[in-house]
Design a protein around this ligand. Structure first.
Ligand code: NI
Length: 186
């Protein structure tokens, strides 16, 4: 196991579309995910995509902490989500409603931005046993999954922003924005 170096915005690996994983049960994929988990815990974030650790494969890990979930009911679409691995994930919006909220990315340390995302999505992928994972998501859960899957397509959150005046340092966010909470990074 190892803590991996996280690529920052500007490294070409973050702009390249990642390749599909042929065998999610391969020991190399399990090892990659273990190292990603360790790296994420060390960095203090809630999500990580393989390209962020210089591996161009379609693998993401994420969770939704209780303080970010909007609904405590475990069956709700925006409930807390335990640590999840998705191999070869796919997303589809469940409707066209968009929502703007703050995001932060481990590849843009110290920064945060207000990003429009689909409010509700369906997503599916495979776990490390090759079994399908299929869920509907809303709110922050939907946002995190869209952020991670964007990494697999070479997209960073500022590329989704419609107002770059809302790209800022986390340390400056409190000025004139009472109650604004720095988002967890992914
Ligand atoms: Ni990110």
């Amino acid at each position: 196991m190892a803590i991996l170096k996280i690529a920052r915005m500007g490294h070409p690996v973050l702009r390249q579309p990642a390749e599909a994983v042929a065998d999610p049960t391969a020991s190399a994929i399990r090892g990659l995910v273990e190292a990603m988990r360790e790296t994420l815990a060390d960095a203090g974030g809630i999500g990580l995509a393989a390209p962020q650790v210089h591996v161009g494969l379609r693998v993401v890990i994420f969770s939704v902490p209780a303080e970010r979930a909007e609904d405590a009911d475990e069956h709700a679409e925006d409930a807390p989500v335990p640590p999840t691995v998705l191999v070869n994930p796919e997303i589809e919006p469940l409707d066209q409603a968009m929502e703007v909220d703050w995001e932060a990315c481990l590849s843009l340390p110290g920064l945060t931005g207000a990003v429009p995302r689909y409010r509700r999505i369906g997503y599916r992928g495979l776990d490390l046993t090759g079994a399908p994972v299929e869920r509907n998501a809303a709110g922050f859960h939907a946002r995190v999954v869209q952020h991670e899957v964007d990494h697999l397509d070479g997209v960073l959150y500022p590329m989704r922003m419609t107002d770059l005046g809302l790209l800022m340092f986390v340390e400056e966010m409190r000025h004139g924005r009472p109650g604004a909470r720095p988002p967890p990074a992914s």
